[in-house]
Design a binder for this molecule. Sequence first.
Ligand code: UP6
Length: 268
Amino acid sequence: HHKSSYTARAASFKNPTASRLLKLMDEKQTNLSIAADVTTKAELLKLADVLGPYICVFKTHIDIVTDFDQDLIKQLEALAQKHNFLIFEDRKFADIGNTVKHQYSQGVYHIASWSDITNAHPLPGEGIIKGLKEVGLPLSRGLLLLAEMSSAGSLAKGAYSEEAVRMARRNRDFVIGFIGQRRLSVPLDAGQEQEDDFLYLTPGVSMAQPGDSLGQQYRSPEQVILESECDVIIVGRGIYGAADPVAKATEYREAGWAAYQKRLGVSQ
Ligand code: UP6
């Protein structure tokens, strides 16, 4: 799958959010997602507006915004339309199905009502997918499972990560892919003829730092897209922490796109 263009892969996804994402990546020529980890409404909206043209996915941690209000969501949705990007609330759900269902649809944030994509740890077992799916599928949302993490000492590895792939295969209407560090190769299930295509979105990307003081570990866009065969690079501090975020976003976008072109065998 990774040798095909994003657009060519779009047709094999039943989930409309997955197809939309794949197509808009080729249209906008970007496999860059910004991790907009800022703590005020003004900063968040500013990032969405100035970086919007360069990204395919705007990743939020909505619960770190101190002055959150409903108008923030209204404005973010308008910017998503204006610049044609998807919104991904990086909620990392991790509870039983019945609880995550409420966390996803209710509370202060009503995540399901505005976030095209969200994610969940496979840790509790398949019930977490079933619970989220009851809310998200009727809204055509997509879910990513955290198969691996970028942080040092992560317990999400080996058999755990492989089981995440099997859970995704059984829920392909709603699970569109993974947060992971590499495209995973898991033996086919009985009766399965070929591997299903999934999206791999990869955080822990920086061209400047090897990591931070709290366990984060970074790799380059080339390592992520070309060597590890992932689809989207997620960059946070490497972009919004720079003096000129737009200039940095341009650099990451170009590096990510060049690696994708190389992977496809397109000469530049
Ligand atoms: N994130 C990771 N690693 C994971 C999963 N998620 O770093 O395995 C998220 C973080 C943060 C972003 O929650 O929002 O990706 C990375 O930010 P950074 O580029 O500033 O390190």
